[in-house]
Design a protein around this ligand. Sequence first.
Ligand code: ADP
Ligand code: MG
Length: 318
Amino acid sequence: MKRSCALLLFLCLLLSGCKAQTAEAQGFAFDTILTVRLFGGGEALAQEALSLADAAERRLSCHLDGTEIAALNAGGEVTLSASTADLLALSLDVYDKSGGALDIGLGGVSALWDFKSVPPALPDEDALEEALSHAGADKLALDGARAHLTDPQAQIDLGAVAKGALADEMAAFLTEEGVSSFLLDLGGCICVRGGKDGAPFRIGVEDPRDGGILGVVSLQSGVASTSSGAQRGFTLDGKRYHHILDPSTGYPAEAGLLSVTVFSDSGALADALSTACFVLGEEGAAELLALYPGTSALLLTDKGETRIIGEVAFTPST
Ligand code: ADP
Ligand code: MG
């Protein structure tokens, strides 16, 4: 389990008390532990919400056979489900508005990085160069539900947006089922609805430098998506290599930020923007969020300063 999501959830629960009757389901998808916690709803509903994760992974993963994205990456014209088509459209919009900082067409490049390799190893430079020359979400032609890649060597990877999209699907399901208060912890992506026991949820934001708590954000309803270089990566010859890549180089993004948490009513948008903002750095992040009303962010710079863009109810740790 990724330390960050465990810690975030622990803090949420700790700080929000234990008065309401809870039902919980836990599972694993998208390479992370997922937790569904309902405040006033049965175990069966929690399990049903959780089962949406498997279904989403079987639709969106570029690592499994038989998914819609695998079919797209294999070439030819594909008819997508409505939710996948919507997610691709949103990703293309953020790709355009972020100047390519969020690039779901980076699959060929991200596939060359193995952040779990022991001992740590960098990708072959020539292979990286070659993959980069075929990368770019601009190679995805999307017309409603019909999609194809204009470059047969381009590869789509929805790793940067899938968990946010899953949060939206789970939240829509639970709301339709009449659950008004819940918390979803999808590994770096926390979705809350309806407050708890009459007060907003209090979400701990991890300090990636030491695993401590940077501070607490109060959130009644919405999604908090965190992108951080500490989440996945390795250290080689004293240098940290992490899993958020700069599409202009194919190497880990270094834009002066240690972590970015984006807040939005939309999980998919929060997830897309947190990755893009991490790549862009502080100034670019502020410019990008200005294009998406209703979004806000908490940044931690590499100088150890916290920055807030828009409105965030943040209380720093003392
Ligand atoms: P996490 O998956 O840890 O929550 P992110 O949402 O920031 O973090 O997404 C990172 C994942 O997205 C990577 O593991 C990789 O699959 C993919 N990725 C890496 N860099 C980019 C990028 N610049 N644009 C789009 N996807 C990216
Ligand atoms: Mg993301």
